[in-house]
Design a protein around this ligand. Structure first.
Ligand code: GLN
Length: 254
């Protein structure tokens, strides 16, 4: 009887150890797994579609990180506002989308080390001369993109500034609204709008000082893929050190 009990005990301990191992391994980075990376392809120079291929700083950066650290990735393009919900629904493993590191988002995601300094800026039509800063917006309509830091800035300050906020699913639709004169201004990330305005001849202009100093980070869901995040940070540091990070940025911002 005693012998039987000790065998049983042994078996049970094995089981406990085994299950503990398998729980641990769920977060381990697998070479065979293909990690799904959420992107917002309305966001050049960080991410955009060129024919059938995805291009941009974020695209090249995450590809280079994956190569450096030996994991496989696959891109999933979606509206920016859908990206954090998709991480929460486990439909994505990673997000890189010109996403600003914010305290609210930090409650649900883990961000990488910052990889780009951006910040919000006010944008009006080229021939608009009265609006020189957010203080000149009283009674005006302001276009923003859903789920962004620009949308948060506008809605948080709507009463104070006396503005009406209209929300769009993507950046081009928001630019169009101001170009058409349907909205007096928009709020967008500085590097994105200055690039688009030049490249696409949007007929818009950037006014005033940057409204904040956001930094972009790569995200995973908090408590998931934390091992992968360690690799992402390691890869990012390697690319910064070996000059590849600068090469990627220069490819798009020269
Ligand atoms: N940087 C902004 C944010 O994080 C906008 C990102 C985007 O539109 N892709 O909210």
């Amino acid at each position: 009887m005693k012998k039987h009990l000790s065998v049983l005990f042994l078996l049970l301990s094995c089981l406990v150890v085994l299950s503990a191992c398998s729980i641990g391994s769920q977060d381990e980075v697998s070479k065979d797994k293909t990690y799904k990376v959420g992107i917002d392809v309305t966001y050049p120079p960080f991410e955009y579609k060129d024919g059938d291929t995805y291009k941009g700083i974020d695209i090249d950066l995450i590809k280079a990180i994956a190569k450096d650290q030996g994991f496989k990735i696959k891109f999933e393009a979606m509206d920016f506002s859908g990206i954090i919900p998709a991480l929460q629904a486990n439909q994505l493993d990673v997000a890189i989308a010109g996403m600003s590191i914010t305290p609210e988002r930090k409650k649900v995601v883990t961000f990488s080390d910052p990889y780009f300094k951006a910040g919000l800026i006010l944008v009006v039509k080229k021939d608009e001369n009265k609006i020189k800063s957010v203080d000149d917006l009283k009674g005006k309509k302001v276009a923003v993109k859903k789920g962004t830091t620009g949308a948060k800035y506008a809605t948080d300050n709507a009463d104070k500034l006396g503005i009406t906020v209209t929300q769009f699913n993507d950046s081009p639709a928001m630019f169009q609204e101001v170009k058409n004169g349907n909205a007096a201004a928009l709020i967008e990330d500085y590097p994105v709008i200055s690039y688009a305005n030049k490249q696409q001849n949007l007929g818009l202009k950037l006014v005033g000082d940057r409204l904040n100093g956001d930094n972009y980070g790569i995200a995973v869901l908090k408590g998931e893929n934390e091992e992968l995040m360690k690799k992402i940070n390691k890869g990012l540091a390697n690319l910064k050190e070996n000059g590849e990070y600068d090469k990627i940025v220069d490819t798009y911002l020269k």
